[in-house]
Design a protein around this ligand. Structure first.
Ligand SMILES: Cc1ncc(COP(=O)(O)O)c(C=O)c1O
Length: 458
């Protein structure tokens, strides 16, 4: 029997989508008015929609398709694993070969001291897992009142109740009565907005000291952990000054607080090292991995657990009452292993560090002379280009987000996908992007900035 959706015309598919499909992070009425774009195929860094348009994916899906689309090797491995063992769980003293092999591989790849892995299916689930581990850790140390986790404004750590509570997105909080108790937020190291007359280095230290101030205000005996993305991705690609994380690290050590690096975006080569923690000199106790772990080919995430927490859970914890039906799913693990093999064999991380990353950053910085561009920032293959009303100040647009959306829509119409965060464009292409594709991306961005400028009459 054929699936009837396979034979629906484009317009019928769009009507069916509007009738039945509630998309994530979407204004449903607006989508119903416009209809969805239907993506039908992809190869390398290019997507094709049902109208036959070839679209350059400057976002690697949602910051995740690191090895690019259309890799037969991953399809072959998935098919092989599905035939051999499509599913078995890792509860009840059982494992599968791919789950254990991937755990071993991740212990090798991640920085020293992170030897244990807990598998989940999404970044959100991995961060929920971390919160449960952190609270359990302090409980086992006889300090159950140490249950507050400090995060940052504009952080994104997922969309479950705990993920959104960890995150610092005020719109997400206000819709559903979040954050839950026990989650606090400090200001991010957002130099363009808050740097004032300080140098970036002075500002980095000052922004980090917001953590110490909050710890002292709450009482150090209540603070369990601090969580940070090395670069805040969905918050607008906020890149910390070099002085920021050393001061964060000092503060966490001084007060005995666990440090969590959310590497869901920065992990797996994005910043020119395997992990953003290496780029910024962070030594985390726990690490969140997802997205690039499988290049998005199948859902899988992982928590890397450092010795300090792992030893407590293992030696003193008894049964840890937590897990998911699909923790360590054998097909997802086999695909992730193949993805990591490709990244290593093709030297994709080194390519970002030495070749395409610097080229991408240099070319993007040429946009800094555009009248709308307040700042170009980024590392490796992640960047943000923030648009402002006036470079002097800078003066930001009001209402926030309108100009970014206009620009994002121009990019869409010009067949390049970038995403708007407030009034900045964020870019995070597959690690296999070519020099010619970077050129096209930057040239399209300039054209779309011109079109945006004309639209707003500046
Ligand atoms: C840094 C970070 N953490 C966590 C998440 C949540 O991941 P997921 O959407 O897989 O739940 C995201 C998603 O974009 C992310 O960027």
């Amino acid at each position: 029997m054929t699936n009837k959706l396979n034979v629906l015309s484009d317009s019928a598919l769009m009507a069916a989508d509007t009738a039945h499909h509630l998309h994530p992070f979407t204004d449903y009425k607006a989508l119903a008015a416009e209809g969805s774009r239907v993506i039908v195929r992809a190869e390398g860094c290019t997507l094709w929609d049902s109208q036959g348009n070839a679209i350059l994916d400057g976002m690697a899906g949602l910051w995740c398709v690191n090895i690019g689309y259309g890799r037969e090797e991953l399809a072959d491995v998935a098919a092989r694993q599905m035939r051999e063992l499509p599913y078995y769980n890792t509860f009840f003293k059982t494992t599968t070969r791919p789950a254990t092999e991937l755990a071993t591989r991740l212990a090798e790849l991640t920085p020293p001291g992170l030897e244990h892995v807990f598998f989940a299916n999404s970044g959100s689930e991995a961060n929920d897992t971390i919160v449960r581990m952190v609270r359990r850790y302090w409980q086992l140390h006889g300090q159950p009142e140490r249950n507050v986790i400090i995060s940052r404004e504009y952080a994104y750590h997922g969309s479950t109740l705990v993920g959104a509570s960890l995150g610092g997105m005020s719109a997400m909080h206000s819709q559903t009565g979040l954050p839950l108790p026990g989650f606090e937020h400090i200001r991010p190291p957002y130099y363009l907005r808050d740097g004032g007359n300080m140098t970036p280095q002075e500002f980095g230290v000052a922004a980090a000291q917001a953590l110490e101030e909050r710890i002292l205000a709450l009482g150090p005996e209540r603070v369990a952990a601090f969580i940070a993305e090395p670069i805040q991705g969905a918050g607008g690609v906020i890149v910390p000054p070099d002085s920021y994380f050393p001061e964060i690290q000092r503060i966490c050590r001084e007060y005995g607080i666990l440090l969590i690096a959310d590497e869901v975006i920065c992990g797996f080569g994005r910043t020119g090292n395997w992990f953003g923690s290496e780029t910024f000199g962070i030594e985390p106790d726990l690490m969140t991995l997802a997205k690039g772990l499988s290049s998005g080919y199948l859902p899988i995430s992982a928590v890397m657990v450092g010795d300090r927490v792992a030893r407590t859970l293992i030696d003193e914890g008894g049964e840890f009452f937590h897990g998911f039906t699909y923790s360590g799913h054998p097909v997802a693990c086999a695909v992730a292993l193949e993805n990591l093999r490709i990244m290593q064999d093709e030297g994709l991380v080194e390519r970002v560090r030495d070749d395409i990353g610097p080229y991408f950053q240099d070319r993007l910085r040429e946009l800094a002379d555009h009248p709308l561009v307040g700042e170009v920032r980024g590392v490796g293959l992640i960047a943000g280009v923030e648009l402002v009303r006036d470079k002097d100040g800078p003066v930001f647009f009001q209402p926030e987000g309108r100009v970014g959306t206009i620009c994002r829509d121009h990019c869409f119409r010009n067949n390049v996908i970038m995403r708007a965060v407030r009034d900045g464009m964020v870019i995070s292409p597959p690690l296999v992007i070519s020099h010619a594709e970077v050129d096209r991306l930057v040239e399209t961005a300039r054209r779309c900035f011109d079109l945006t400028q004309a639209d707003i009459g500046l």
